[in-house]
Design a protein around this ligand. Structure first.
Ligand code: ZN
Length: 293
């Protein structure tokens, strides 16, 4: 017999596909496989299983991360989760939804009252891709939720599906590289779109020993050779474009900073430009066309 309790959903709570307006719902606890699902995801990142997975029957909810008192909850709507996967909570798409919600908790998104915003959804998707890789999912299995199940609906709170796929794929790649002991660094860069403005992308830099590879959207983009290294930075050179990239590793949030310059770092005069155009001073854009990040 399931235990039920009433929970208050905060306005703007991170619903998986949209934003919640806030309401009281009746949730079912003591689900037969809830603990094993949470344990499976948490053990993949060496975290104690301190989340409670509870079910609701509310068509306005798909899946939500919520705090109630000192307890951190993942709520899911039974009917919604059966559309994600008819085979239950232990399938890759269902685990991806729950991992995404755990990502909201771990990233601190449930501690604010601002609710869902596109960058937060991408952080949660990135974490979910990372966690699924750690659980052993192949890339196509890990991305199944984003690539073939969720609708492509853009809103003020949720980004387009293509960006969500990229975020999940980036998380997956980072986890796989770590598990193989391969050095890799993630940084936030940007691509110029057809409208002439810039879309943020996660670019992953992978050390293949004999060369470095810049990877975006899960695909190799450019190759570099390592020419110099410091305690928290590495200098990479692309002879075909006579361009040096300097990666500075973050010790805290796992996201690196990146800069590029014309010429080699050994040149006497070098002018560094940030790889992320959001930090470019006005007028720098035309001079930075050489690097199509
Ligand atoms: Zn979300």
């Amino acid at each position: 017999m399931a235990v039920t309790r009433t929970m208050r959903i905060q306005p703007g709570a991170c619903n998986f596909l949209n934003s919640e307006t806030g309401k009281a719902v009746s949730v079912s606890e003591s689900l037969s496989n809830a603990e094993s699902v949470i344990s499976k995801i948490c053990s993949s990142i060496a975290l104690p299983p301190k989340f409670k997975l509870v079910a609701v029957d509310d068509p306005g909810i798909n899946a939500i991360a919520e705090i109630d008192g000192t307890d951190r909850f993942i709520l899911y709507d039974r009917a919604y989760m059966s559309t994600v996967s008819a085979s239950g909570l232990q399938t890759w798409p269902s685990l991806a939804v729950i991992a995404h919600e755990i990502g909201h908790h771990l990233c601190g998104h449930t501690l604010t009252t601002d609710g869902s915003r596109p960058p937060l959804e991408l952080e949660a998707d990135h974490f979910a891709g990372f966690a699924l890789a750690r659980m052993g999912a192949a890339q196509t299995d890990a991305l199944q939720l984003w690539s073939s199940i969720i609708p492509d609906v853009v809103s003020s709170t949720h980004p387009p599906r293509s960006q969500r796929i990229d975020a999940a794929r980036s998380g997956w790649i980072v986890a796989v590289n770590r598990s193989t002991g391969q050095e890799s660094h993630t940084l936030v860069s940007a691509n110029q779109n057809a409208a002439g403005t810039y879309d943020r992308v996660l670019s992953i830099w992978i050390n293949h020993q004999s060369y470095w590879e810049e990877n975006q959207h899960g695909h190799p983009l450019a190759r570099f050779i390592e020419i110099e290294r410091g305690p928290s930075s590495v200098f990479l050179y692309d002879a075909s474009r006579d361009m040096t990239v300097r990666l500075e590793f973050s010790q805290t949030d796992g996201i690196a900073s990146g800069y590029w310059a014309r010429g080699k770092v050994t040149d006497t005069l070098i002018y560094w430009s940030p790889l992320d155009p959001f930090f470019w001073p006005a007028g720098m854009r035309s001079s930075s066309d050489a690097i199509k990040n």
